[in-house]
Design a protein around this ligand. Sequence first.
Ligand code: ZN
Length: 160
Amino acid sequence: MQIADDRVVFIHYTLKNAGGKVIDSSRDQDPLGYIQGHGNIISGLEKALAGKSEGDRLTVTLEPADAYGKRDESLVKAMSREQNFSQVSDLEPGMQFQTRTEEGIRVVTVSSVEGDEVIVDANHPLAGETLTFDVEIAGVREPTQEELSHGHVHGPGGHH
Ligand code: ZN
């Protein structure tokens, strides 16, 4: 069965950055399940998988615009430690927090802490990265009505 819109797809993947460093892999767990055409996975990868079948392997390299977007330096902001992080005693770079912004809830990453000044970055951690996915298609099937109405896969590799 080929990958087409609304079909349930299971993939094993290894994700590397431009330097060849492995960032994420499904290899030591269940394959990732998603529904094609519903924006469950990044758009560039979804596009590359359309029409492929179980057992196919492919390597997809995506520029930032087709992956997690370009970095937006206006999303890097200085905040007061006392006003925003007073309950966090061990604040250090790399920590992530949810914050309310004009665009809704966003995850921000602490870039640096110096005295009362905390620099936070609301870019996706992989924004600006050119990413390479090594993908093996582990299965393709029709969705259940319930999966289609929820917009995600149920069972191993999916939700619930
Ligand atoms: Zn569900």
